[in-house]
Design a binder for this molecule. Structure first.
Ligand code: SF4
Length: 817
C-alpha cells in the first residue's frame, strides 16, 4: 500500500491510497473542528472509510499542532515574548494541555508596578515550566529511541525475567515443602480477622495505584502532552481501529496506548481465573493494598508479624512497569499484543498501559472509561485541553444514560443488609466510631429501601451468607447510592413491586445525560461524535449538547454521502400490498390476520425477484413469533420456502454465529446450484442481535425489508418519565411536535436507520430497501432517514409499481458489468 499525501485546502493529509472525495472533505472538516475547538457531529456511512478519515484527519492536525507548539516554545525561550502581527510584543501563553493560562484578571486600581511585577513573574514561571517540559520530553524521546534501536535492552529484560522466574520457582518449591510439613493446608489461607477490620475510611483509594508507580518512588510526574482520546463501543471495534492506525501512514511513529479493563488485561493467572470483572478487580486491588501496607509496615517495624496471606502481584513491580510503559509507546499495539508484551516482560499490561497515558498521542479506550468521571479519574485520564473522538456514537445518549443508571433487586438489598449486619455484629467493637456510623447509616437505608418495596428485611442464616456468590451485592448498592447523589430534577427512581421481594427492584433512571457529558465538553479542546448513521441529529443537539451548556455556534454538523453510485440503492416506501390492503402496522392493526397475510404476500413477491439474501426486520420478537406462527398455519411459509430457505433470529446470543454461518452457506450454495431456491430469507428483529454490528454485504443482503415502524413501548414508566422530562425542560420549536413525542419518533427512526444501514457495506455493493408502512411517507419521517437514502427514496402508493421497480432494479444489477 503506497502512502500518498493529499493536499486539501493547504493542509497535507498523509493517506494510504488516493482517498475518495468524501474522505478528503471529512478530513478537512475534522481538521477545522479540532483547530477551532468546536464540537463536531460527523456522519459517514459504513463502508466509506470513516476510521481512516478520522485517523488521518486527526493525526495530521496533531502533527501540525505539535509543530506549532514547539516553534512557539522555542521563540518564547529565546525572547520571553512573541511578536504580535503589528510589530508589538506580547507575553506568550501556550495552548498546551499542561500549561495554565496566566490569570489576566487583576484587581481594579492595582498599581502599574504591581501588575508588571506579577506579569514578569508569570512569564518567568512559564519559561521555567517550559524548560522542565523540554527536559522531560527530551529524556522520554531518548528513552524511546534507545528502545527502538537497542535490542540489548530486550535481552537485559529477558535475563532479568529469567532470574525472577528462577527465584519464584525456588520460592514456590520451598513454600510447598513448608506446606507439606504443616499438613494439608489450603493453598490460600483464610483471611486473618485483622485484615477484615476497616481501616480509616478513604475515598479514591485506586487513585494512588492508577499510575502504576509506587507512591514512594522518586519519579517526577510525566507531562500530559496534548493528545487524542478515541473511544468506541466494543473491544472488537477498538481493535479494528488500532489495526487501521497500524496500516496508516501514522502507524510507525504514533505513540498509541490501548486501555482496557483488568478482565481484558490481567496476566496473573490466579487472578484472571476468578472470571468475573468484579472479583478480578477486588483481588487485584487487595493485592495492591497489601503491597502498600507491606512497605509501610516494613518502614514502621511492626510489633506483630502478620500472616503472609495477601500475596502481592508479581507483575506489579516498578521497574517492570516502567519498561513496559516505554515499550508500549514505541509501537502501536492492540489489547492482545499488549497482553503478549506484558507476559513477555512480566509486567502488568493494565497498569503499564495506564502509566503510558501522559506521554501518548493517541489513547484508545472503551466508552465507559471515558464517559464516567470516577473511572476516568481512576485511570489517570485528564481531559483538560485534549481532543476526544467518540466513534459509533449513534447510541451515545443511551450509553451515558446506561452507565449512570443503576438497579438493585429486593434480594440484593436483603443480602447486603444481612452481610453488613453480620459484619457489624462481629467487628463493631473494633471499628472506628466514624466507620461504625457509616455502616449504621447504610443499614438504615437498606431497611428503608426494602420497606418501600413492600417487605421487611429478612435475616439470612450465617451458613447461607457464607455461600460464595459471584460478586458482592454491596457493589450494586454502592452504584445505586452513587447514582442517587445526582440532582433530583435529572433523575427518577422507578419502583417496581412484583409478586415477591426478590423480583421487585429499585431503579435509578438518569433523565439528563447531559449533566455527565458537560464536563467532557467543558474541559476538552474539541469533541467529535461520529457514526455511520447519526440521523436524527436533533437528539444530540438538544438533549446532549444544548443541555450540557454548549452554544449552538460551537456545534458543527458534517454529513457525507455514500461511496456507492446513487443508482446502487433502491429505497422504497410501500403504502399498500398486492391485494390493496393499506399498510399501517400500528399496535391495533398489526395483529389482524389480513395484515399478516398481506405482509406474507409482499415477501413472496419480493423473493421471486431478489437474488441471494433477503433480511426482513420485525418491530419485536413477539410480533415476529406471531407472524411466523400465522404463516405456518396459512401455508405461506411453504410458499416462501419454494424461493428462499427461511432462517429466524435465534433467541440466544451464542447461537447467532451458527445461524449466520448457515444462512451465508445456503446463499452461496443456492447461487451455484441454480435451482428454484435462489437464496435465503432471514427473519430478524429491530434492535435484536442482528440489527447492529453485523454486515449483510453483497449477496448476504440484496434486500432489506422493514415491517412497520418499531416505536418503543410508550407505556413503559422509563419512557414516560423521559418524555415528561423533555416536555418540561426543552423548548418546543414552531411547527414541531412536543419534545417528548419527538423523542419517540427519533428512537424509532434511529432503530430503523441502524437496521437498514446493514445492507450497503462497500463501494460496489447494491441493495434494495423496502419500508412497509404508509407512515414512512410522511415528510417529517422521511426527513429522519440518512441523507444518502432519503435523496433516493421513492414512495409507492400501490404495490404494482413498487414490484415493477424492484424487478427492474435487481434484473439490471444482477447482470455482470
Ligand atoms: S496488577 Fe495487573 S496482573 Fe497483577 S492482578 Fe492486578 S491486573 Fe492482574
Amino acid at each position: 500500500m503506497a502512502n500518498k499525501t493529499q493536499e486539501v485546502g493547504g493542509i497535507h493529509f498523509p493517506f494510504p491510497f488516493t482517498p475518495y472525495s468524501i474522505q478528503k472533505d471529512f478530513m478537512a472538516e475534522l481538521y477545522r473542528v479540532l483547530e477551532a475547538g468546536k464540537i463536531g457531529i460527523f456522519e459517514s456511512p459504513t463502508g466509506t472509510g470513516k476510521s481512516l478519515s478520522l485517523i488521518c484527519g486527526a493525526l495530521s492536525w496533531l502533527r501540525d499542532f505539535e509543530q506549532k507548539k514547539h516553534q512557539e516554545e522555542a521563540r518564547l525561550l529565546e525572547t520571553g515574548t512573541v511578536p504580535l502581527s503589528d510589530g508589538q510584543e506580547q507575553p506568550l501563553s501556550l495552548s498546551s494541555s499542561c500549561t495554565e493560562t496566566p490569570d489576566t484578571l487583576r484587581p481594579v486600581g492595582e498599581p502599574d508596578w504591581v501588575t508588571q511585577f506579577v506579569q514578569k513573574k508569570e512569564e518567568r514561571d512559564l519559561v521555567d515550566r517550559l524548560k522542565e517540559e523540554q527536559v522531560r520530553r527530551k529524556k522520554r524521546e531518548e528513552r524511546l529511541q534507545q528502545i527502538r534501536h537497542n535490542a540489548q535492552l530486550k535481552y537485559a529484560a529477558k535475563r532479568m525475567r529469567q532470574e525472577e522466574e528462577e527465584m519464584e520457582r525456588v520460592l514456590r518449591l520451598s513454600r510447598e515443602a513448608l506446606a507439606a510439613g504443616a499438613g494439608a493446608e489450603p493453598r490460600e489461607q483464610p483471611a486473618g480477622e485483622e485484615d477484615l477490620v476497616l481501616a480509616e475510611y478513604e475515598s479514591d483509594e485506586e487513585k494512588g495505584a492508577a499510575s502504576g508507580v509506587d507512591e514512594d518512588e522518586d519519579d517526577p510526574e510525566e507531562e500530559h502532552v496534548t493528545k487524542i482520546y478515541y473511544c468506541s463501543r466494543t473491544h472488537s471495534q477498538l481493535a479494528q481501529f488500532v489495526h487501521e492506525v497500524q496500516r496508516s501512514p501514522f502507524g510507525k511513529d504514533t505513540r498509541l496506548v490501548s486501555l482496557g479493563s483488568r478482565q481484558n488485561l490481567c496476566i496473573n493467572e490466579d487472578v484472571k481465573t476468578l472470571g468475573s470483572a468484579q472479583l478480578i478487580n477486588d483481588r487485584c486491588m487487595e493485592m495492591q493494598r497489601s503491597k502498600h501496607e507491606k512497605s509501610r509496615a516494613e518502614e514502621e517495624k511492626p510489633k506483630r508479624r502478620r500472616q503472609e496471606r495477601q500475596a502481592t502481584c508479581p507483575f506489579y513491580g516498578y521497574e517492570q512497569l516502567q519498561l513496559l510503559r516505554d515499550q508500549v509507546l514505541v509501537g502501536v499495539k492492540d489489547i492482545e499484543q499488549l497482553v503478549a508484551l506484558g507476559k513477555e516482560a512480566r509486567a502488568c499490561p493494565y497498569y503499564g498501559s495506564r502509566s503510558a497515558i501522559p506521554a501518548a498521542q493517541l489513547v484508545v479506550l472503551p466508552y465507559q472509561m471515558l464517559l464516567h468521571a470516577a473511572t476516568r479519574q481512576a485511570a489517570g485520564i485528564r481531559l483538560q485541553g485534549q481532543v476526544v473522538l467518540i466513534d459509533e456514537a449513534h447510541n451515545l445518549i443511551d450509553t451515558i444514560t446506561g452507565i449512570h443508571s443503576a438497579e438493585v433487586s429486593g434480594s440484593q438489598l436483603c443480602q447486603a443488609h444481612s452481610q453488613l449486619l453480620q459484619y457489624m455484629e462481629r467487628y463493631g467493637k473494633r471499628l472506628k466510631a466514624k466507620n461504625l456510623m457509616y455502616i449504621k447509616q447504610i443499614l438504615y437505608l437498606l431497611e428503608k429501601f426494602v420497606t418501600v418495596l413492600g417487605a421487611s428485611v429478612t435475616p439470612v442464616e450465617e451458613g447461607e451468607a457464607r455461600v460464595p456468590r459471584p460478586a458482592s451485592p454491596l457493589m450494586h448498592i454502592e452504584s445505586f447510592l452513587a447514582a442517587l447523589t445526582t440532582a433530583n430534577q435529572d433523575g427518577r427512581v422507578i419502583l417496581s413491586r412484583q409478586g415477591s421481594l426478590s423480583q421487585s427492584s429499585l431503579k435509578f433512571l438518569l433523565l439528563n445525560p447531559a449533566v455527565h457529558f458537560a464536563q467532557v465538553v467543558k474541559e476538552c479542546r474539541a469533541v467529535v461524535i461520529a457514526g455511520g448513521t447519526m440521523q436524527p441529529v436533533s437528539d444530540f443537539r438538544e438533549q446532549l449538547l444544548a443541555c450540557a451548556g454548549v452554544e449552538a455556534e460551537r456545534v458543527v454538523e458534517f454529513s457525507c454521502g455514500h461511496v456507492i453510485p446513487p443508482d446502487n440503492i433502491l429505497p422504497l416506501v410501500i403504502c399498500s400490498g398486492p391485494s390493496s390492503q393499506q399498510l399501517e402496522f400500528t399496535y391495533q392493526k398489526r395483529e389482524l390476520p389480513q395484515m399478516m397475510d398481506e405482509t406474507g404476500r409482499i415477501l413472496c413477491n419480493l423473493c421471486t425477484v431478489v437474488p441471494g439474501g433477503v433480511v426482513c426486520f420485525f418491530p419485536s420478537y413477539e410480533y415476529q413469533r406471531q407472524v411466523y406462527a400465522h404463516w405456518d398455519k396459512s401455508g405461506l411459509l411453504a410458499r416462501l420456502a419454494v424461493r428462499k430457505k427461511i432462517f429466524q433470529e435465534p433467541k440466544r446470543a451464542n447461537q447467532v454465529e451458527q445461524v449466520l454461518m448457515e444462512y451465508s452457506r445456503c446463499i452461496k450454495c443456492c447461487g451455484q446450484a441454480g435451482g428454484t431456491v435462489t437464496g435465503a430469507l432471514l427473519l430478524s428483529v429491530v434492535g435484536g442481535k442482528m440489527s447492529e454490528g453485523i454486515n449483510f454485504s453483497d449477496n448476504l443482503g440484496r434486500c432489506v425489508v422493514m415491517v412497520g415502524m418499531p416505536y418503543p413501548n410508550i407505556k413503559s414508566p422509563e419512557l414516560q418519565e423521559k418524555m415528561a422530562y423533555l416536555d418540561q425542560t426543552l423548548p418546543r420549536g414552531p411547527g414541531q411536535p412536543p419534545p417528548g413525542k419527538a423523542l419517540v419518533e427519533n428512537l424509532c427512526m434511529k432503530a430503523v436507520n441502524q437496521s437498514i444501514g446493514r445492507a450497503i457495506r462497500h463501494q460496489k455493493d447494491f441493495a434494495s430497501i423496502v419500508l412497509l408502512d404508509q407512515r414512512y411517507a410522511r415528510p417529517p419521517i422521511l426527513g429522519k432517514l440518512p441523507a444518502w437514502i432519503r435523496d433516493r427514496v421513492e414512495v409507492k402508493a400501490t404495490f404494482g409499481p413498487a414490484f415493477a421497480a424492484m424487478r427492474k432494479f435487481h434484473r439490471e444489477k444482477s447482470v455482470p458489468s
